[in-house]
Ligand binder design. Structure first.
Ligand code: BGC
Length: 754
């Protein structure tokens, strides 16, 4: 397809024409790319990647930190379809999102753009957005590939991560998005991964992404992520953005002429860009007319599904016909709906909390006081007094607390997760005069809630909700909506408790991921630490009962069924979470890892079965010895619950080993052989009690057995005083390996727990 193109033309296909567009070359049309992820930020005047200059109005859907709390891929897909329509109307062909990086640390300034601390939910929801966008003919661009988990020093720092952690946590969300969503493009991150810039990392872009996962789309660089275009193209990058005014095209042409990059590599790059241009060009519908009202209604619906009721002591919510309501806090007058930086959209309209509260409670007298200011300045004593006064003379106080866009943004990280002290002081004074106080939270990243939770009887957590957030909040407060959102990240007690507390900041250009796979709830659960609110937590105005958890093994993995009953008197939605654990494992594991989830809507008294398939690879671990996903043989515990700390039912199932196994050698320890079912039998047959090899007195001695467990088999000959030779040990190893090879072909695992 490239035969008619010159080297220069091919090279020029792979770099921007402007800040947001690619070049039209011959018959290949140019492409318009823009942010993303939760609204179309199309700039028609000055361009920038920081959200500074104006963009055309677009629906601001809940950013990922809010939307993820719906746990609802179907809803997320519909949001993707609406985004596609708006992109079509704006003649945009690629929408830069979703963001599927893992929230490694709550201080990351950009956590509001990401879904979760858990790779499964990030991957499933990310794939749902991709499908929605691409159903509408607009290419998605999952970002930022990979391990871009901090903002400070993001252009230079190397995320130093061991192979197992990379695969099981940081690459896993991308793997799912690529394999389930089949995005037409993917964005390479700014940072380095194990020393090599992501946009120039051949292992990442070619070996893993294309070779292992089968990605067939275009890899686009994050804006100005490329430091060396020639290295980037050689590594598998297709499109450098934004424009370099032809500079890097000339470098690439020279590299091809000098034989540094093969012409076939350039051809592949050009072909992929051409294919994208034709694909999105063929799907262009610039005459699309967007129904702004319908999209606003969808934004409201998405916001309502994303609200998390964290606490509701004494059933204070929903509010029942209060006569006097005090609304306190600047966000009560103007809700913050999104985060700062490149994702910042100009909303088509924004619901106002005070108006929505008045709508939802027309009978009530509603008073407002700011109580505090988002700006630092002199202590607002007078404002606090006014707020306390209106709280005291009302039936209920609704106190809006949270962070401003300045507190958290793309481009820099937070130093703290605390709410400003003045907000806590205000809350304490309000609660002292008004025990019926409801806190409504607005924030992108996690905030410390220990003090808020100790003070307030009810907490409604909005995270960031987009332009329909205020009406969604009012509907939940007054019971028109039964809340069903669940946390997608843990609320820790203190920043000092968090897994990367001591290693979040880059040191000499390196970010050391020393906590390994123990990110989020995996860490708090493994260390049995108290948390303020666990991963997956969220209350409803009704209650749900779990019964009859069943497990069965099927070809693709494990099928789980559980019956959920709405035991209350209101219709409601439960988010059913399924976790897996394996106590006896060759590797350090979290007590529970999320392996599936589902939402179910239930009328009062109704029972429904929820059925999910857990894919085999979701119970596997990444075995660094064979560079592959491996299911260990063992007794797995599958559980169903309402949070990682609210497990309602569990069943056990014995699964057989799957995947390549590491052959035993004379360097394998006796303990390793004994922990293998075949190894244990062969050892017993050949040697009886292995400790007897060390002498009669040693036989059966527990201390000797433990010492022996750590002894490489080949060394036993040296201690055995002729009772066993190295040759005999070598034969034993051969027998174990050959028996295992045969049994691996015939093994069936044994389902239990029915
Ligand atoms: C951000 C990307 C964004 C791009 C274009 C970069 O600074 O990291 O997420 O898509 O700018 O605005």
């Amino acid at each position: 397809m490239n035969d008619d193109l010159t080297l220069e033309q091919k090279a020029s296909l792979g770099s921007g024409a402007t800040f947001w567009t690619t070049k039209a070359v011959g018959s290949v049309p140019g492409i318009f790319l823009t942010d993303g992820p939760h609204g179309v930020r199309k700039q028609v005047g000055s361009a920038d990647a920081l959200g500074l200059n104006a963009s055309i109005p677009a629906t601001c859907f809940p950013p990922a930190s809010g939307l993820s709390r719906s746990w609802d891929p179907e809803l997320v897909r519909r949001v993707g379809e609406a985004l596609a329509e708006e992109a079509q109307a704006a003649d945009v062909q690629v929408l830069l999102g979703p963001g599927v990086n893992i929230k490694r640390d709550p201080r990351c300034g950009r956590n509001f753009e990401y879904f979760s601390e858990d790779p499964l939910i990030s991957g499933v929801l990310g794939a749902a957005i991709v499908r929605g966008l691409q159903n509408g003919g607009v290419a998605a661009s999952p970002k930022h590939f990979a391990a871009n988990n901090a903002e400070d020093d993001r252009f230079r720092a190397s995320s130093d991560i061991d192979a197992r952690t990379l695969r099981e946590i940081y690459l896993k969300s991308f793997q799912r998005v690529v394999q389930d969503g089949e995005p037409w493009t993917l964005m390479a991150a700014y940072n380095k991964v194990n020393g090599v810039h992501a946009a120039e990392n051949r292992w990442l872009l070619t070996d893993v992404l294309r070779g292992e996962w089968g990605f067939e789309g275009v890899v686009v660089s994050d804006w100005a992520a490329v430091t060396d275009r020639v290295a980037a193209v050689a590594a598998g990058l297709d499109l450098e953005m934004p424009s370099t005014d032809g500079r890097s095209d000339s470098e690439l042409v020279a590299a091809v002429q000098d034989g540094i990059v093969g012409e076939d590599t350039l051809d592949l790059m050009a072909e992929r860009v051409i294919r994208l241009a034709e694909r999105v060009g063929g799907a262009r519908r610039p005459d699309t007319v967007v129904d702004d009202e319908a999209h606003h209604a969808l934004a409201r619906q998405a916001a309502a599904a994303s609200l998390v009721l964290l606490k509701n002591d004494g059933g204070i919510l929903p509010l029942e016909a209060p006569e006097r309501i005090a609304v306190i806090g600047p966000f009560g007058a103007e809700l913050r709906i999104q985060g700062g930086g490149s994702s910042h959209v100009t909303p088509t309209r924004v619901d106002v909390p005070m108006d929505e509260i008045r709508r939802a409670a027309p009978q009530a007298a509603v008073e407002f006081a700011t109580g505090f200011s988002m700006d630092e300045g002199p202590d607002p004593v007078g404002e606090r007094r006014d707020a306390v006064d209106i709280a005291a003379r009302s039936d209920v106080a609704i106190v809006f607390l949270g962070l401003s866009e300045r507190d958290e943004s793309e481009g820099y990280d937070r130093d703290t997760i605390d709410l400003p002290a003045r907000q806590l002081q205000l809350l304490a004074e309000v609660v002292a005069v008004q025990p019926r106080t409801v806190v409504v939270l607005t924030h992108g990243g996690v905030v410390r809630l220990r003090e808020v939770s100790a003070l307030a009887p009810a907490i409604l957590d909005g995270a960031l909700l987009g332009q329909g957030g205020a009406s969604a909040i009012a509907d939940v407060l007054f019971g028109m909506t039964n809340p069903s959102g669940r946390l997608t990240e843990t609320v820790p007690e203190r920043i000092e408790d968090t897994p990367a507390y001591l290693s979040f900041v880059s040191e000499s250009g390196h970010l050391h991921y020393g906590e390994r796979i123990f990110v989020g709830y995996r860490w708090y659960d493994a260390r049995d630490m108290p948390v303020t609110f666990p991963f997956g937590h969220g209350l409803s105005y009704t209650t749900f009962e779990y019964s009859r958890l069943r497990v069965s093994e099927v070809e693709e993995g494990v099928r789980l069924h559980v019956a959920i009953t709405n035991a209350g008197d209101r219709a409601g939605r439960e988010v059913v979470q399924f976790y897996v654990g394996l106590a006896e494992s060759a590797v350090a594991r979290a007590p529970r890892s999320l392996v599936q989830f589902a939402v179910t809507d239930l009328q009062p008294g109704e029972t429904r079965w929820v059925e999910v398939l857990v894919r085999r690879e979701d119970v596997a671990f990444w075995d660094v010895r064979v560079d592959a996903w491996v299911v260990e043989a063992g007794r797995y515990v599958f559980s169903a619950g309402a949070s990682s700390r609210d497990i309602r039912l569990a069943v056990e199932v014995d699964l057989a080993a799957r995947g390549p196994s590491v052959p035993f050698t004379l360097d394998s320890t006796i303990g390793e052989l004994l922990s293998d079912p075949v190894g244990a039998v062969v050892l017993e047959q050949r040697m009886g009690d292995a400790s007897a090899m060390l002498g009669e007195d040693a036989a059966g001695d527990p201390g000797t057995s433990r010492m022996l467990a750590a002894l490489p088999l080949g060394r036993l000959a040296a201690f055995a005083a002729g009772r066993v030779t190295r040759e005999q040990l070598g034969q034993l190893v051969d027998v174990v390996n050959s028996t295992k090879a045969v049994s691996n072909r015939t093994d069936e695992s044994v389902p239990r727990g029915e």
